[in-house]
Design a protein around this ligand. Structure first.
Ligand SMILES: Cc1ncc(COP(=O)(O)O)c(C=O)c1O
Length: 283
């Protein structure tokens, strides 16, 4: 089945899908995006993702390219046309096409692009069984990391550094020495007393939908969590470390900056939370 992309009202072959050279997303990173996981034909956290998309657009005073109901239909049609039962939807909305000039264009219409790709549940399960390594890097991003903007250059540089160091992810660290989040994931630790800790939502992190869904699941399972910043030292000496995202779900981390976490295997709390999350997605 050949891949199909949705571009401004049309379904086109993926390898022919294109936007204009003066699209403000291309020229200024003047756009927002969402990545929505699909498991067994179900869109996971759909409401949360769409709420966050509208919030991102509102924060940037960007016009919606369409209402929510037709957008939901397009998402399902993109999945159907690409035969995706397990995978990810990617959608990007920009301030549209206009002669290059910094101020918002007066009459441009927002552009929307959507694609879907398959992912392998087996591969993800294997990675979760083994655990991954992360490195820490300085957080050099702007002051509005709560907006899911396509301006991802600092994230890309950090992720590339991770790859070059044989790591899966880079956890970014603020000027005070506290972990903010990964390049496309939220960071969590379990301290030596067994307390679960993740940074509170603020302008310094993207409020992950996986993070929010897991927080709700924790509450309904009566598992306590501290919403506070934690230092690199706390990260290095944690009993367990894991990360969350739409593509990684709950992913145990077994090594940070070359230091082994716990016994070098995914910890029991991380494994348990992954199971709880997988159950939530599969049911
Ligand atoms: C910077 C950043 N933090 C966290 C996340 C995790 O968010 P979600 O769980 O909604 O995928 C992402 C996802 O892309 C991200 O880019």
């Amino acid at each position: 089945m050949s891949r199909i992309a949705y571009v401004n009202g049309q379904y086109v072959p993926h390898n022919e899908a294109a936007v204009h050279v003066e699209d403000r997303g291309y020229q200024f990173a003047d756009g927002v995006y969402e990545v929505i996981p699909v498991v067994g034909n179900k869109l996971i956290g759909e409401v949360g993702h769409l709420d966050r998309l509208w919030r991102s657009m509102d924060e940037l005073k960007m016009a919606e390219p369409m209402k929510r109901a037709p957008l939901k239909l397009v998402m399902r049609e993109v999945l159907r046309r690409n035969g995706v039962e397990n995978g990810l939807i990617y959608m990007q909305i920009t301030r549209g096409v206009a002669p290059r000039d910094h101020p918002f264009p007066v009459d441009a219409m927002s552009s929307i692009v959507m694609t879907a790709k398959k992912t392998s549940p087996e591969k993800a399960a294997k990675k979760a069984e083994q655990g991954v390594s992360v490195i820490t890097v300085p957080d050099i991003r702007w002051g509005r990391c709560d907006i899911k903007s396509v301006a991802l250059l600092p994230n890309i540089l950090a992720k590339q550094e991770a790859v070059e160091n044989g790591a899966y992810e880079a956890f970014q660290v603020d000027a005070d020495g506290f972990v903010t989040e990964g390049t496309s994931t939220n960071a969590w630790i379990v301290d030596q007393d067994g307390t679960l800790i993740t940074r509170a939502a603020s302008n310094s992190i993207l409020s992950g939908i996986t993070r929010a869904d897991l927080l709700e699941l924790l509450e309904s399972n009566n598992i306590k969590v501290e919403l506070r910043s934690f230092s690199v030292d706390e990260l290095h000496t944690a009993r367990e470390v894991f990360l969350t995202s739409s593509s990684s779900y709950v992913q145990p981390v077994v090594e940070v900056d070359g230091k082994v976490i716990g016994n070098g295997k995914p910890g029991s709390i991380s494994n348990n939370l992954r199971e709880i999350f997988m159950d939530y997605m599969n049911n």
